[in-house]
Design a protein around this ligand. Structure first.
Ligand code: ADP
Ligand code: MG
Length: 456
């Protein structure tokens, strides 16, 4: 097994690397929704007639409007996203054909691409990415498609598979006593030192290597899902293609397929001890990922790749000429959880119509402003007389900078928190106010629920 080195020519004339010729030099991240069906046990517990909290209000060629409705309180919200895949029994194949397949030709031209499944635990991420033997997910579908393209182009494919657990990177193809060190060279390329690469020539070779590795992913029991994945699992398919310019150079592109660990609301999972720490790390890294996607989609001058190990590793595959797809997975019976996932997805996708400098404000003013707004938000959580109309996750700021979301709050929302949680949140908001200005304040608070270390 070879050591893993990203995006460098592997053979031929090493002194003159071929330039990637990507069909589309865009760095925007597409954000789509995938709703899983109700499971038999969920249908049973809802007397055989479960009602989905997710539907589509309208779509155009450019975007879809997704409607979330709480069947109990009739609270509802709308968000605009790039595409929507409903509860059909097998929508993974459609997602692959329409959204993932178009990313693959670029990989043969030396461009990187990333697909990540994001969502709460139990929302169908692993099902979407890995699938099962009978119904393969995006990972085996992509591998199969790449292998058949390799046959016609003469390219070769290799895989690596690693997990990021508690902000550390571990090889899953080849067990090693230590974590994988992440390094960047003088050209800004990321290197995962010693990460195994396995050549793959057929689907049976892939299945053999991959199924073993999948078993090694850290799984543990939580209150929400018996085999909840506690780490981000990243399958990298690297393709080396002889450059067409006759230089004898091989160019390498890679497709990162990521089954993210689920974001968790620790008040529901009853997590304690190590599970709570894991959850805090998971939520922090998901928040960092959303900041990166937001920065890319909004052409921010600084993309905060260094906020987490995962985003640091993905630095050469998110942004620039790379293309990326975020699949936000939803459980149709979980309204609040879905709001949490979709609001973050919509926020990541949202291309704000603003001039960057207009967002920069004096830090002190900003801090005071944030604290005042947080206070108003906390008050609106039903603990005081003032019961203002609020947006997703109850943030009073969202309508100001997220025109893609439209809300209606007929009843006070159910995210009422304890006095202790409020006090911690007050502290947290001071921290938030001092973060770099690359993300608008509203988004930080909108995603406050994600940063669960303070909301447990
Ligand atoms: P996550 O990885 O987000 O925690 P899973 O992928 O494990 O969630 O999915 C949760 C449950 O839903 C699993 O039992 C899975 O088999 C089931 N599931 C997800 N999508 C589908 C689908 N399209 N058809 C049938 N079952 C599904
Ligand atoms: Mg999973």
């Amino acid at each position: 097994m070879a050591s893993y080195q990203m995006n460098t020519p592997k053979r031929g004339n090493l002194s003159t690397p071929a330039r990637p010729t990507c069909p589309n030099s865009i760095s925007k991240v597409r954000v789509i929704i995938r709703v899983r069906p109700f499971l038999p046990s969920e249908i049973f517990s809802r007397n055989g007639n479960p009602l989905s909290c997710v539907s589509v209000l309208g779509d155009s060629s450019q975007e879809v409007t997704v409607h979330l409705k709480d069947q109990e309180t009739s609270r509802n919200e709308c968000y605009k996203l790039d595409n929507f895949f409903g509860q059909e029994d097998y929508n993974v194949n459609q997602i692959f054909q329409r959204e993932v397949s178009p990313l693959i030709p670029g990989v043969f031209h030396g461009c990187n691409a990333t697909v990540f499944a994001y969502g709460a635990t139990g929302s169908g991420k692993t099902y979407t990415m890995q699938g099962s033997e009978e119904l393969p997910g995006v990972m085996p579908l992509a591998m199969s498609s790449i292998l058949s393209m390799c046959q016609s182009t003469g390219s070769t494919a290799e895989i690596s598979y690693y997990e990021v657990y508690m902000d550390r990177c571990y090889d899953l193809l080849e067990l090693k006593p230590k974590e994988i060190a992440v390094m960047d060279d003088k050209d800004g390329q990321i290197h995962l030192k010693g990460l195994a690469r396995v050549p793959v020539n057929s689907m049976s070779e892939f299945s053999e290597a991959f199924s073993c590795a999948v078993q090694r992913r850290k799984v543990a029991h939580t209150g929400l899902n018996d085999v909840s994945s506690r780490s981000h699992g990243v399958l990298v398919i690297s393709v080396s293609t002889l450059s067409k310019d006759g230089s004898g150079v091989f160019i390498t592109g890679k497709l990162n397929l990521i089954d993210l660990a689920g974001n968790e609301d620790n008040r529901r999972t009853c997590n304690e001890g190590i599970r709570l720490q894991e959850s805090a790390k998971i939520n922090q890294s998901l928040f960092a990922l959303s900041n990166v996607v937001y920065a890319l989609n909004n052409n921010q001058p600084r993309v905060p790749y260094r906020e987490s190990k995962l985003t640091r590793i993905l630095q050469d595959s998110l942004g620039g000429t790379s293309r990326a797809l975020m699949v936000a997975c939803l459980n149709p019976g979980e309204y609040q959880e879905s709001v949490h996932t979709v609001s973050l997805a919509a926020r990541s996708r949202h291309v704000a119509n603003f001039v960057y400098s207009a967002q920069r404000r004096d830090t002190l003013t900003d801090k005071i402003d944030m604290e005042a707004k947080l206070q108003a938000w906390l008050e609106s959580k039903g603990k005081t007389k003032s019961n203002k109309k609020v947006g997703a996750l109850g943030s009073p700021f969202i309508s100001r900078t997220t025109p893609s979301s439209v809300k209606s709050t007929k009843k006070v929302d159910m995210w009422q928190r304890s006095a202790k949680a409020k006090a911690v949140s007050k502290q947290r908001i001071s921290d938030l106010a001092e973060r770099p200005q690359n993300v608008p304040d509203s988004n930080l608070v909108q995603n406050g629920g994600l940063v669960d270390p303070v909301m447990k």
